[in-house]
Design a protein around this ligand. Structure first.
Ligand code: GLU
Length: 495
């Protein structure tokens, strides 16, 4: 059975690159009907935190990556001890008593000579008596793996092809630190082997670690898994995607109102080529069916925020079932202080889901559908304070009181007002928009009037009129407008 895993370290938020690794590993397991394991690699006690672990799990769940088994390395220290002991007994590992200062000066000497640093192997040949003696003295020690001299480690990477690395590139490396904690290259082997992992799918930054791991497998008499190293993700300037490029964590995108389905879909397009050229929209089920490592490119992919945003818009407009969209948008609205009824929100979204690309943008855009007490932009207020707007709104109020409200109805009313007052269509809509949305741009007034309860529309018109400062009870729209035109004629600079 195929067994793959994702092995994040809880030392920060889930990076987009790691999320893609998790997704590919997950798709590979599901495609083959295998098992997907989540393993939290928290042996670095200083940098790992429980909060980050929680966030990682939440973000993976949010992306829809359900795992079959879960492990945490800090729960498995006894097992690592057992394996370290095995390596020690078989002579594949040895205690190293070199002090930090000694190692530092070895490193410095290499630097001065301009050669890559590798451990000198000073403690390789200590006799058992020397080891006992040092231990008795209470000297701290690490355990190092004895790297076979002159070996060239060769493996066939499922993405990168043939890889061969000489052990000259690294010396005997530490597998257990002096505080007793095991290191990454060692525990990853113990874990992958004991968890039955058949395919290690991870970022290409781990290629230099792979020969060390293969040597440990050999020393333990175990069969190494297959390796597949994914190319890095680049920013648009072709440098490795990092914080310099802006938001790079799954959490950032989640909070910005990206949908998990869209992010999942988009990340798959970074480095994997779908069999059908040109197709970009894929559900998780389709991806499971279609995914293969053969179609993962060996060269880096470039992350485009605009493309992701566009795809998110497609999911909002066309892909997500309306009820899901309601559920996704609700928490965003609640955070902004709105508590709409679900049925009402459904009706709103039916008409407006094509007008925004992220949920956060949706909250901004849909405010006029929810806000009890509108806030008006400066330009909207200015517009409302013209006599022309007052005339339009007075006429609107008058007509509204006499008929039912609908989108089509509003269009008809606007036309009538336009004719009666001799205005341009734009001038009428401008006033209505300022009054009903508090802005001069945004959702269509007709759409708004189709969905908003009539009392709310009436209330908004009344409130806008009360802000205009022009309205007197006896004024008719025509009279107001005449007054306005007179004033303009008196002061030609204004017209
Ligand atoms: N904990 C490692 C990382 O976060 C995982 C390496 C691996 O997949 O073997 O990079």
């Amino acid at each position: 059975m195929v067994v793959s895993r994702f092995a994040p370290s809880p030392t920060g938020y889930l990076h987009l690159g790691n999320a893609r690794t998790a997704i590919f590993s997950y798709l590979f397991a599901r495609h083959h009907g295998g098992k997907f394991i989540l393993r939290v690699e928290d042996t670095d006690r200083e940098r790992s935190t429980q909060e980050f672990e929680q966030m990682l799990l939440q973000d993976l769940q949010w992306l829809g990556l359900e795992w079959d088994e879960f492990y945490r390395q800090s729960d498995r220290f006894d097992l690592y001890k057992e394996y370290a002991q095995k390596l020690l007994e078989s002579g594949h590992a040895y205690p190293c008593f070199c002090t930090v200062e000694e190692l530092e000066s070895e490193r410095k000497r290499a630097e001065e000579k301009g050669v890559p640093y590798r451990y000198s192997g000073k403690c390789r040949a200590l006799t058992p008596q020397q080891v006992e003696g040092y231990k008795k003295e209470g000297r701290p020690y690490t355990l190092r793996f004895r790297v076979p001299d002159g070996r060239v480690v060769v493996f066939e990477d499922l993405i990168k092809g043939h890889i061969s690395i000489s052990v000259e590139d690294f010396g005997d490396f530490v597998i257990v630190r002096s505080d007793g904690t095991p290191t990454y290259n060692f525990v990853v082997v113990v874990d992958d082997a004991t968890m039955g992992v058949t395919h290690v799918i991870r970022g290409e930054d781990h290629i230099p670690n792979t020969p060390k791991q293969i040597l440990i497998y050999e020393a333990l008499g175990l069969q190494p898994p297959r390796f597949a190293h994914l190319p890095v993700i680049l920013g648009e300037d072709r440098s490795k995607l990092s914080k310099r490029h802006g938001a790079v964590s799954v959490r950032n995108y989640r909070e910005e109102g990206y949908l998990p389905d869209a992010l999942f879909n988009y990340l798959c397009l970074l480095g994997w080529s779908p069999p059908e050229e040109g197709k970009e929209l894929f559900s998780k089920e389709e991806l499971i069916r279609l995914f293969s490592l053969e179609r993962v490119n060996s060269s880096p992919a470039v992350f485009s925020k605009e493309k992701l945003r566009w795809l998110n818009g497609v999911y909002i407009r066309e892909v997500l079932p309306l009820d899901r969209l309601v559920e996704e948008l609700l928490p965003f609205l609640e955070r902004a202080g709105y508590r709409p009824d679900k049925d009402y929100l459904r009706r709103v979204l039916q008409k407006t889901r094509d007008s925004f690309e992220t949920l956060k943008e949706g909250v901004q855009r849909l405010r006029p559908f929810f806000a009890g007490e509108l806030t008006y932009s400066e330009e909207a207020l200015k517009t409302l304070q013209t006599q022309q707007a007052t005339a339009v709104l007075s006429a609107f109020l008058h007509k509204l009181q006499q008929r039912e409200l609908s989108g089509e109805g509003v269009k008809a009313i606007a036309k009538e007002i336009q004719k009666e007052l001799g205005l341009k269509a734009k001038e009428v809509w401008h006033a209505l928009r300022a009054c009903l949305t508090g802005e001069l741009e945004g959702v269509g007034v007709d759409i708004l009037c189709e969905v908003l309860p009539k009392e709310e529309v009436l209330g908004r018109v009344e409130r806008a009129l009360s802000k205009s400062g022009h309205r007197r009870p006896a004024d008719t729209p025509q009279a107001l407008l005449c007054e306005d035109f007179h004033r303009r004629e008196d002061s030609p600079g204004l017209s």
